[in-house]
Design a protein around this ligand. Structure first.
Ligand code: ATP
Ligand code: MG
Length: 147
């Protein structure tokens, strides 16, 4: 957070419960609404946040209790950065996990498209993970300039 010059930021800590996924989406949307984004930009960000938060609930904590840390910020150029972090199981091979259709939970009817969706709806997605320590996903979206 301190690396970039942010104009505004918020942080949230959520319990890893699927009921909180909608809250995370709505909270990020309410924060980003301050920038008056287009409906499309807003929908893209909400979808990407949902995928990342769902991954924390389903994979990182596997239905067990845990905390999800979300930080959102934007800068003067209207670049929005959302970081979704967990202290769950971690990802063994991040580049493999990011591949379309890769999933470790096919039996749970997961399609392995979460990271692909995040990538297609954001300008940049970075993933840092350590086995047994957790995962941090950073979503960056540059909003269009007004007028
Ligand atoms: P879908 O998102 O389509 O329901 P999925 O969650 O399996 O399926 P992705 O979101 O692309 O697909 O994630 C790919 C894989 O990366 C997951 O199956 C899981 O093994 C791993 N993964 C993703 N996020 C996390 C996380 N926060 N902690 C641990 N493992 C993760
Ligand atoms: Mg997923």
């Amino acid at each position: 957070m301190s690396r970039r010059k942010s104009q505004n930021s918020v942080k949230l800590i959520l319990q890893s419960k699927s009921i909180n996924e909608g809250f995370a989406r709505a909270a990020v949307a309410a924060f980003v609404a301050q920038l008056d984004p287009t409906i499309g930009e807003m929908a893209d960000l909400k979808t990407a946040v949902s995928e990342a938060v769902t991954n924390c609930i389903v994979h990182a904590y596997g239905g067990e209790s845990g905390e999800i840390y979300i930080s959102c910020e934007y800068d003067a150029s209207r670049k929005v950065t959302v970081r979704i972090k967990d202290k769950g199981v971690g990802i063994k091979n991040v580049s493999e996990a990011r591949r379309p259709l890769f999933t470790t939970a096919p039996e749970a009817e997961r399609s392995g498209m979460g990271f692909t969706i995040m990538e297609s709806f954001c300008d940049k997605v970075s993933v840092k993970s350590k086995i047994g320590k957790g995962t941090a996903v950073t979503l960056v979206k540059q909003l269009k300039h007004i007028k």
